[in-house]
Design a protein around this ligand. Structure first.
Ligand SMILES: *[C@@H]1O[C@H](CO)[C@@H](O)[C@H](O)[C@H]1NC(C)=O
Ligand SMILES: *[C@@H]1O[C@H](CO)[C@@H](O)[C@H](O)[C@H]1NC(C)=O
Ligand SMILES: *[C@@H]1O[C@H](CO)[C@@H](O)[C@H](O)[C@H]1NC(C)=O
Ligand SMILES: *[C@@H]1O[C@H](CO)[C@@H](O)[C@H](O)[C@H]1NC(C)=O
Length: 288
């Protein structure tokens, strides 16, 4: 009986303690309120209340267990209208940042993201209505593993800086935008395990010609390459047959010549090669 009372008492005390010791860092909380406000206090962020602990009670937010700093912000699939605010850059401990599939997130990709979020490993701004060009500063994020900017209205070229990326090369998802220009030759430096999806853009120039001329620099660990619906011309380099590709789609370009024999290239469905100028050889018809 007495033990039960004590247990109840200590339970009550710990609940009270939890209510008074807020984990949420005040700087992080202030930044999140700026973000909420800049989107007009949307219903999607209704759990972001001043007297609730952002680390325990706010959806979309995760904190580190020891530092209590916000390491993850995931705003996904809902009604949200406005531009990405610069205040996102005031969350310097973020490791993953997602604003994905929101109804009306417009405007440019904030360069502030690159300036201060040095711990980011995952950045996903896909399926929005972002416009403007891709800030080259994103290549200054030293720890990035994946960059999703696909399915927006981004224009302009892929920044030349994307061939450097501070030594580590993230998987890049840039498909379904209005990117144009050349694939930067600097991207031949890509040398980590990576996927690249540049499909449904308006890229000209010639990834494969530049690969031909620099075969030693061909991304050796490239596993996925999707460049469908661009304007790539030239032919598929023999070096591609040496890659351990799991996915390839070069359809709807202006490629010509024989698909190099060997490796994985004959294993892909013929639709991976459809609609080019004059590609031939397995899995397409043999060359004349
Ligand atoms: C979308 O957001 C912009 C501001 O970024 C606003 O001007 C516009 O009215 C919004 N459109 C809709 C349909 O909510
Ligand atoms: C980033 O990560 C490192 C290593 O985990 C950590 O020491 C540092 O405090 C983190 N935050 C910032 C803002 O650099
Ligand atoms: C590339 O692949 C090779 C062989 O699978 C592996 O030994 C190497 O560590 C990989 N390099 C990078 C940078 O991932
Ligand atoms: C390649 O992309 C085209 C266009 O999106 C698509 O129709 C085709 O099914 C794809 N094929 C493969 C093997 O991915």
């Amino acid at each position: 009986m007495r033990a039960a009372t004590l247990l109840l008492l200590s339970l009550l005390l710990s609940v009270a303690a939890a209510a008074t010791t807020e984990r949420c860092n005040p700087h992080d909380k202030a930044a999140l309120f700026k973000i909420k406000q800049s989107f007009g206090n949307p219903y999607l962020l209704a759990s972001w209340l001043p007297d609730a602990d952002c680390c325990t009670s706010w959806y979309q937010v995760e904190c580190d267990r020891t530092t209590n700093r916000i390491t993850s912000l995931t705003v996904f699939a809902g009604e949200l209208s406005g531009q990405l605010p610069a205040a996102i850059g005031d969350l310097p401990y973020l490791q993953t940042l997602t604003f994905r599939k929101l109804t009306n997130v417009t405007g440019p990709v904030q360069p502030a993201i690159a300036k201060t979020l040095k711990n980011l490993t995952y950045l996903d701004l896909s399926f929005n209505s972002l416009t403007g060009s891709i800030p080259g500063q994103l290549a200054e994020l030293p720890n990035l593993d994946a960059l999703h900017l696909d399915r927006n209205g981004l224009t302009g070229p892929i920044p030349d800086s994307f061939g450097r990326f501070g030594g580590k090369f993230p998987s890049l998802y840039l498909s379904h935008n209005r990117l144009s220009g050349q694939i930067p030759p600097s991207m031949a430096n890509y040398n980590t395990d990576f996927s690249i999806d540049l499909s449904r853009n308006r890229l000209e120039g010639n990834l494969f010609e530049f690969d031909f001329s620099k075969i030693a620099a061909f991304p050796p660990n490239m596993t996925n390459l999707d460049v469908n619906h661009n304007r790539i011309y030239g032919s598929i380099p023999a070096a591609m047959a040496r890659l351990d590709l799991q996915f390839l789609n070069v359809s709807y370009n202006r490629l010509c010549g024989e698909i190099p024999a060997g490796g994985k290239l004959q294993g892909f469905d013929s639709s991976a090669y459809f609609h080019n100028r004059c590609l031939c050889g397995a899995p397409l018809e043999s060359c004349k």
